[in-house]
Write a protein that binds this ligand. Sequence first.
Ligand code: COA
Length: 186
Amino acid sequence: MTLQITRPVQTDLAEAAVFFRHTIEDTFLRNHIPVVPPTELAQECAWKLEALQADLKSCGAERYFLIARERGGIVGTVALSPASEFVREHIPAIYHAWTCITTVLVKPSWQCRGIGTQLLSAALGELRRREEPGFLLDTGYATARVYWTAKLGEPDHVLPRFWYGKDDHCFWVRGVDRPTFPLHGA
Ligand SMILES: CC(C)(COP(=O)(O)OP(=O)(O)OC[C@H]1O[C@@H](n2cnc3c(N)ncnc32)[C@H](O)[C@@H]1OP(=O)(O)O)[C@@H](O)C(=O)NCCC(=O)NCCS
Protein backbone atom coordinates (compact mmCIF):
# COMPACT_ATOMS: atom_id res chain seq x y z
CA MET A 1 0.00 0.00 0.00
CA THR A 2 1.28 3.49 -0.84
CA LEU A 3 -1.13 5.54 1.24
CA GLN A 4 -0.73 9.30 1.24
CA ILE A 5 -2.52 11.53 3.74
CA THR A 6 -2.69 15.15 2.58
CA ARG A 7 -4.77 18.32 2.86
CA PRO A 8 -7.65 18.65 0.39
CA VAL A 9 -7.62 20.92 -2.64
CA GLN A 10 -10.51 22.48 -4.58
CA THR A 11 -10.37 19.83 -7.31
CA ASP A 12 -11.09 17.09 -4.73
CA LEU A 13 -14.69 18.28 -4.24
CA ALA A 14 -16.37 16.24 -7.00
CA GLU A 15 -14.55 13.03 -6.08
CA ALA A 16 -15.18 13.65 -2.38
CA ALA A 17 -18.94 13.97 -3.04
CA VAL A 18 -18.96 10.51 -4.67
CA PHE A 19 -16.75 9.10 -1.88
CA PHE A 20 -19.05 10.46 0.89
CA ARG A 21 -22.17 9.12 -0.82
CA HIS A 22 -20.69 5.66 -1.43
CA THR A 23 -19.14 5.26 2.04
CA ILE A 24 -22.02 6.72 4.05
CA GLU A 25 -24.65 4.73 2.14
CA ASP A 26 -22.66 1.54 2.80
CA THR A 27 -22.43 2.48 6.51
CA PHE A 28 -26.20 3.09 6.69
CA LEU A 29 -26.88 -0.28 5.03
CA ARG A 30 -24.49 -2.15 7.36
CA ASN A 31 -26.18 -0.54 10.35
CA HIS A 32 -29.68 -1.31 9.04
CA ILE A 33 -30.49 2.38 8.83
CA PRO A 34 -33.20 3.10 6.25
CA VAL A 35 -31.85 4.74 3.07
CA VAL A 36 -35.26 4.99 1.34
CA PRO A 37 -36.60 7.67 1.29
CA PRO A 38 -33.00 8.88 1.36
CA THR A 39 -33.56 12.11 3.31
CA GLU A 40 -31.13 11.50 6.19
CA LEU A 41 -28.56 9.90 3.93
CA ALA A 42 -28.67 12.84 1.54
CA GLN A 43 -28.48 15.30 4.44
CA GLU A 44 -25.50 13.54 6.00
CA CYS A 45 -23.65 13.57 2.66
CA ALA A 46 -24.53 17.24 2.10
CA TRP A 47 -23.20 18.18 5.58
CA LYS A 48 -19.89 16.43 4.90
CA LEU A 49 -19.50 18.22 1.58
CA GLU A 50 -20.41 21.59 3.14
CA ALA A 51 -17.79 20.97 5.84
CA LEU A 52 -15.17 20.23 3.19
CA GLN A 53 -16.14 23.41 1.32
CA ALA A 54 -15.86 25.38 4.60
CA ASP A 55 -12.35 23.98 5.05
CA LEU A 56 -11.32 25.00 1.52
CA LYS A 57 -12.86 28.49 1.85
CA SER A 58 -11.29 29.16 5.26
CA CYS A 59 -7.93 27.46 4.49
CA GLY A 60 -8.46 24.99 7.31
CA ALA A 61 -9.60 27.48 9.96
CA GLU A 62 -13.30 26.50 10.20
CA ARG A 63 -12.84 22.79 9.45
CA TYR A 64 -9.65 20.87 8.86
CA PHE A 65 -9.77 17.78 6.63
CA LEU A 66 -7.13 15.23 5.84
CA ILE A 67 -7.64 13.03 2.81
CA ALA A 68 -6.13 9.55 2.40
CA ARG A 69 -5.30 8.64 -1.18
CA GLU A 70 -4.25 5.33 -2.61
CA ARG A 71 -3.13 5.20 -6.23
CA GLY A 72 -4.43 8.74 -6.64
CA GLY A 73 -8.02 7.98 -5.54
CA ILE A 74 -9.69 9.07 -2.29
CA VAL A 75 -9.94 6.10 0.11
CA GLY A 76 -10.45 7.90 3.42
CA THR A 77 -11.13 11.14 5.26
CA VAL A 78 -10.87 12.61 8.73
CA ALA A 79 -11.81 16.10 9.89
CA LEU A 80 -11.23 18.33 12.89
CA SER A 81 -14.25 20.45 13.78
CA PRO A 82 -15.49 22.59 16.64
CA ALA A 83 -17.93 20.69 18.87
CA SER A 84 -21.50 20.91 17.56
CA GLU A 85 -24.32 22.11 19.79
CA PHE A 86 -25.49 18.49 20.05
CA VAL A 87 -22.07 17.33 21.32
CA ARG A 88 -21.79 20.28 23.72
CA GLU A 89 -25.18 19.39 25.22
CA HIS A 90 -23.85 16.02 26.32
CA ILE A 91 -20.35 16.69 27.61
CA PRO A 92 -19.19 18.80 30.56
CA ALA A 93 -18.75 22.51 29.84
CA ILE A 94 -14.99 22.38 30.52
CA TYR A 95 -14.56 20.41 27.27
CA HIS A 96 -16.82 22.56 25.06
CA ALA A 97 -13.86 24.32 23.42
CA TRP A 98 -12.15 21.05 22.54
CA THR A 99 -11.95 19.89 18.95
CA CYS A 100 -14.04 17.00 17.62
CA ILE A 101 -12.48 14.32 15.45
CA THR A 102 -15.19 13.67 12.85
CA THR A 103 -15.76 12.23 9.38
CA VAL A 104 -13.50 9.23 9.90
CA LEU A 105 -14.59 7.40 6.77
CA VAL A 106 -12.79 4.68 4.84
CA LYS A 107 -13.98 3.49 1.43
CA PRO A 108 -15.72 0.12 1.97
CA SER A 109 -13.35 -1.83 -0.30
CA TRP A 110 -10.37 -0.42 1.67
CA GLN A 111 -11.67 -0.99 5.21
CA CYS A 112 -9.81 -3.16 7.76
CA ARG A 113 -6.39 -2.41 6.20
CA GLY A 114 -5.20 0.09 8.79
CA ILE A 115 -6.33 3.27 7.00
CA GLY A 116 -8.71 4.35 9.81
CA THR A 117 -5.85 3.87 12.28
CA GLN A 118 -3.53 6.02 10.15
CA LEU A 119 -6.17 8.73 9.78
CA LEU A 120 -6.70 8.82 13.56
CA SER A 121 -2.92 9.11 14.07
CA ALA A 122 -2.73 11.93 11.53
CA ALA A 123 -5.58 13.80 13.27
CA LEU A 124 -3.88 13.35 16.66
CA GLY A 125 -0.64 14.58 15.12
CA GLU A 126 -2.35 17.77 13.97
CA LEU A 127 -3.89 18.30 17.43
CA ARG A 128 -0.44 17.82 18.98
CA ARG A 129 1.01 20.35 16.54
CA ARG A 130 -1.69 22.80 17.72
CA GLU A 131 -0.80 21.93 21.34
CA GLU A 132 -4.39 20.96 22.07
CA PRO A 133 -4.75 18.79 25.17
CA GLY A 134 -7.52 16.49 24.01
CA PHE A 135 -10.37 15.78 21.64
CA LEU A 136 -14.01 14.73 21.46
CA LEU A 137 -15.47 11.98 19.31
CA ASP A 138 -19.05 10.79 18.94
CA THR A 139 -20.94 8.29 16.86
CA GLY A 140 -24.41 6.89 16.39
CA TYR A 141 -23.37 3.93 14.23
CA ALA A 142 -23.36 0.62 16.10
CA THR A 143 -20.46 -0.67 13.95
CA ALA A 144 -18.38 2.45 14.68
CA ARG A 145 -19.09 2.12 18.39
CA VAL A 146 -17.39 -1.31 18.36
CA TYR A 147 -14.42 0.16 16.48
CA TRP A 148 -14.03 3.22 18.74
CA THR A 149 -14.49 1.19 21.91
CA ALA A 150 -11.59 -1.00 20.77
CA LYS A 151 -9.51 2.14 20.09
CA LEU A 152 -10.58 4.49 22.91
CA GLY A 153 -12.15 2.31 25.57
CA GLU A 154 -15.76 2.52 26.76
CA PRO A 155 -17.60 5.74 25.84
CA ASP A 156 -17.88 8.42 28.53
CA HIS A 157 -21.52 9.09 27.83
CA VAL A 158 -24.24 7.09 26.05
CA LEU A 159 -27.70 8.12 24.90
CA PRO A 160 -29.51 4.79 24.87
CA ARG A 161 -31.56 3.85 21.80
CA PHE A 162 -31.26 7.42 20.50
CA TRP A 163 -31.50 6.51 16.80
CA TYR A 164 -34.52 4.73 15.31
CA GLY A 165 -35.35 3.37 18.79
CA LYS A 166 -32.42 0.94 18.52
CA ASP A 167 -28.96 2.52 18.20
CA ASP A 168 -27.15 4.31 21.04
CA HIS A 169 -25.29 7.57 20.51
CA CYS A 170 -21.87 7.52 22.20
CA PHE A 171 -19.42 10.26 23.22
CA TRP A 172 -15.72 10.04 24.09
CA VAL A 173 -13.54 12.74 25.70
CA ARG A 174 -9.87 11.84 25.47
CA GLY A 175 -6.40 13.29 25.94
CA VAL A 176 -4.29 13.59 22.81
CA ASP A 177 -1.36 11.71 24.29
CA ARG A 178 -3.35 8.95 26.00
CA PRO A 179 -6.38 8.39 23.77
CA THR A 180 -7.21 5.05 25.36
CA PHE A 181 -7.36 6.53 28.84
CA PRO A 182 -10.67 8.07 30.03
CA LEU A 183 -10.24 11.54 31.57
CA HIS A 184 -13.42 11.88 33.60
CA GLY A 185 -16.87 10.48 33.09
CA ALA A 186 -18.48 13.01 30.74
C1 COA B 1 -14.65 2.61 11.25
C2 COA B 1 -13.60 2.81 10.16
C3 COA B 1 -13.26 4.29 10.06
C4 COA B 1 -12.35 2.03 10.55
O1 COA B 1 -11.36 2.22 9.57
P1 COA B 1 -10.58 0.95 8.99
O2 COA B 1 -9.52 1.45 8.08
O3 COA B 1 -11.57 0.00 8.43
O4 COA B 1 -9.97 0.37 10.32
P2 COA B 1 -8.51 -0.20 10.57
O5 COA B 1 -8.12 -1.11 9.45
O6 COA B 1 -7.61 0.90 10.92
O7 COA B 1 -8.84 -1.08 11.82
C5 COA B 1 -8.00 -1.26 12.86
C6 COA B 1 -8.59 -2.29 13.76
O8 COA B 1 -10.00 -2.19 13.97
C7 COA B 1 -10.69 -3.37 13.53
N1 COA B 1 -11.90 -2.94 12.90
C8 COA B 1 -12.06 -2.34 11.72
N2 COA B 1 -13.35 -2.07 11.50
C9 COA B 1 -14.02 -2.52 12.58
C10 COA B 1 -15.38 -2.53 12.95
N3 COA B 1 -16.35 -2.03 12.17
N4 COA B 1 -15.71 -3.06 14.14
C11 COA B 1 -14.76 -3.56 14.95
N5 COA B 1 -13.45 -3.58 14.65
C12 COA B 1 -13.10 -3.07 13.48
C13 COA B 1 -9.73 -4.05 12.59
O9 COA B 1 -9.96 -5.45 12.61
C14 COA B 1 -8.38 -3.69 13.20
O10 COA B 1 -8.09 -4.48 14.32
P3 COA B 1 -6.56 -4.80 14.69
O11 COA B 1 -5.84 -3.48 14.82
O12 COA B 1 -6.69 -5.53 15.99
O13 COA B 1 -6.07 -5.63 13.55
C15 COA B 1 -14.07 2.29 8.78
O14 COA B 1 -14.35 0.91 8.88
C16 COA B 1 -15.26 3.02 8.24
O15 COA B 1 -15.13 4.00 7.48
N6 COA B 1 -16.47 2.58 8.57
C17 COA B 1 -17.65 3.18 8.04
C18 COA B 1 -17.84 4.63 8.48
C19 COA B 1 -17.80 4.79 9.97
O16 COA B 1 -18.50 4.15 10.72
N7 COA B 1 -16.95 5.75 10.42
C20 COA B 1 -16.83 6.12 11.80
C21 COA B 1 -17.76 7.22 12.04
S1 COA B 1 -17.68 7.74 13.75
